[in-house]
Design a protein around this ligand. Structure first.
Ligand SMILES: N[C@@H](CCC(=O)N[C@@H](CS)C(=O)NCC(=O)O)C(=O)O
Length: 203
């Protein structure tokens, strides 16, 4: 294990708007790791090539560098952050809590990101009407998360990687046809967000 305070050699490459960059950034903040942020707009002209050069073979963001180690894929990056540095554990210790955390992360990867961010928020931000079945699907995803939501954090008493994953999507979720009445439709999730929103502003 390495003391976070002695490590200036961590670099996160990505963009503020990027859900997956945000997740890695929140994990670094929760762990108390100092890092350098290298902005890379993957959607700008030449962005994919720059992401490849930064170390992502698929031309995506984020990329994490720590000394000689270059990592892509947020699952690997966030687990590495949790395991390689001192700081509060970001995964519940007991199997059921850890399974719950992984379940919520998987729901973010496979449902919140494709359905609520890309299927609902992005069309709205471009002035397009989302498909009614996508709105219904988005509402279903949020009702599942409402049932899973713990307190005060999404998996219980301390913040975990699941909070990082979900918090990173929430401004897009709230600006979507399924999420813009969250305080009424999903009060537990809304309460969680009143606390978790701070994670978006730490570093
Ligand atoms: N599976 C990747 C997903 C990363 C990802 O999709 N990043 C988005 C930005 S949030 C991206 O780079 N998109 C550019 C593209 O798909 O061309 C991870 O977990 O890191």
């Amino acid at each position: 294990m390495t003391a976070a305070r002695e490590i200036p050699s961590v670099t996160l490459t990505g963009a503020d708007y990027s859900v997956y960059t945000r997740i890695a950034r929140i994990a670094l903040d929760l762990k108390g790791v100092r890092f350098r942020f290298e902005p890379l707009d993957v959607f700008a002209e030449g962005g994919t090539g720059k992401a490849r050069l930064a170390g992502h073979p698929f031309g995506k963001i984020p990329v994490l560098r720590h000394g000689d180690l270059t990592l892509f894929e947020t699952l690997a990056i966030t687990r590495y952050i949790d395991q390689a540095f001192d700081g509060p554990p970001l995964e519940p210790a007991e199997p059921a809590g850890r399974a719950r955390m992984n379940q919520i992360i998987s729901v973010v990867d496979t449902a919140v990101y494709p359905v609520l961010v890309w299927g609902l928020h992005v069309p709205r931000s471009e002035g397009r009407e989302p498909e009614p079945e996508t709105i219904a699907e988005g509402r279903k995803v949020l009702s599942v998360l409402e049932d899973l939501a713990g307190a005060p954090w999404i998996c219980g008493s301390t913040p975990s990687l699941a909070d990082a994953y979900l918090a990173a999507t929430m401004d897009y979720v709230l600006d979507s046809a399924a999420g813009d009445r969250l305080s009424r439709d999903a009060p537990r999730l809304w309460d969680w967000w009143q606390r978790a929103e701070a994670l978006m502003h730490e570093s």
